[in-house]
Ligand binder design. Sequence first.
Ligand code: MN
Length: 438
Amino acid sequence: MSDSQIDETHAPDRRSWIGSANDPLTDFPIQNLPFGVFRRRGSGASGRIGVAIGDRILDLAGLADRLAGEADAALLAAPSLAPLMGREPRLWRALRKALVRALEAGSPQQGAVEPHLVAMSEADMLLPVRPGGFVDFFASLQHATNAGRLFRPTAPLLPNYKYVPIGYNGRASTIGIDGAEIRRPNGQRLLPGGSEPAFGPSLRLDYEMELGIFLGGASATGEPVPIGGAWRHVFGFCLLNDWSARDIQAWEYQPLGPFLGKSFATTISPWIVTAEALAPFRTAACARSDGDPAPLPYLADPRDQRAGGVDIAVSAWLRTAAMTAAGMPALRLGTASSAGLYWTPAQMVAHQTSNGCNLEAGDLYGTGTISGDGATALGSLLEITRGGSAPFALPDGTSRTFLEDGDELSMTARCDRPGFVPIGFGACRGTVLPAPAG
Ligand code: MN
């Protein structure tokens, strides 16, 4: 079997000897066990691989022999997840089982494992891997339709959409993690009513609510990954905010696509929820409407159609500086599920490698903005305010069309299915700072 499957690591009655992992509200029960890279606060040391469990991090470097065996111990002692991502699902599954045995209630290993726990409150998270490549897709039909309608009211969807998993090569060097400070970008944009561009701070700064997909197991140049084996290259998922300067984007995107309107920053959550942890939340690929074309053969696989989707409910939240100062909670802007995406992760992998382009372990995909049906399921301000024409009110008495300086945009996600323990993704926050002086 090439894919992750439901097994004893997903058993809903399993508890951990770490009490906080058994809290029904935690994102990190023993059924999750996401990977990240952390550093003890103030230590100045290089990063270490950790696994989130309740409000603790299990430091894997000191347990590498116990968890992975001598031959593979170096994978867990690395300062990055890239070597582990470079391996295969069989090893990822074995490691997950070893972690469950070490952390489950009643484990005889408790005494040996306990000294390797670090409180999350005493750790700083680091980028889990430096992606060599970053592709942002456009997989939500609702988002593509909503965004397209603003530019082409009578024909919102371009004719290629239902044939091609549309994407573009993004910028990997500006990917950062939760807690990011995002400088409002300067750039060329048309001011309202103007016909000539002016250079200055973006006035239409937006977020995009997406999932990130970290790829594992490299593929060779010239050898496309067949869709039937594509899930083998999915290491795990994180939250991803594709910050977007809509005015810069609108002026620059034709004819070659997004460039400076996107490349200034991307923020991800630091914990990577593995494909194995997501096995109970796999779902059918999104059903195509009557009249839609069937996927071309290289994108069509019966198993992928049956179980190639994944149901992750993603939410975006806004808190202004005034709301923070007044102790107000963040306002939820939208919630939508990745189960509605028109293209599956396997279709993305098969398409991206179909021309012979290789994959490298640690490459990152963005799904594209995730929007669903209805006003509470939109994944960007572009859609919520219909291109800035419909401001909405905030609890601090102000209103928004696009993001203002001091605004904090955060994302969360949960997977919840009857009969299984819900899992979450942790935090993905970023705060907007003023543009640098021009
Ligand atoms: Mn995007």
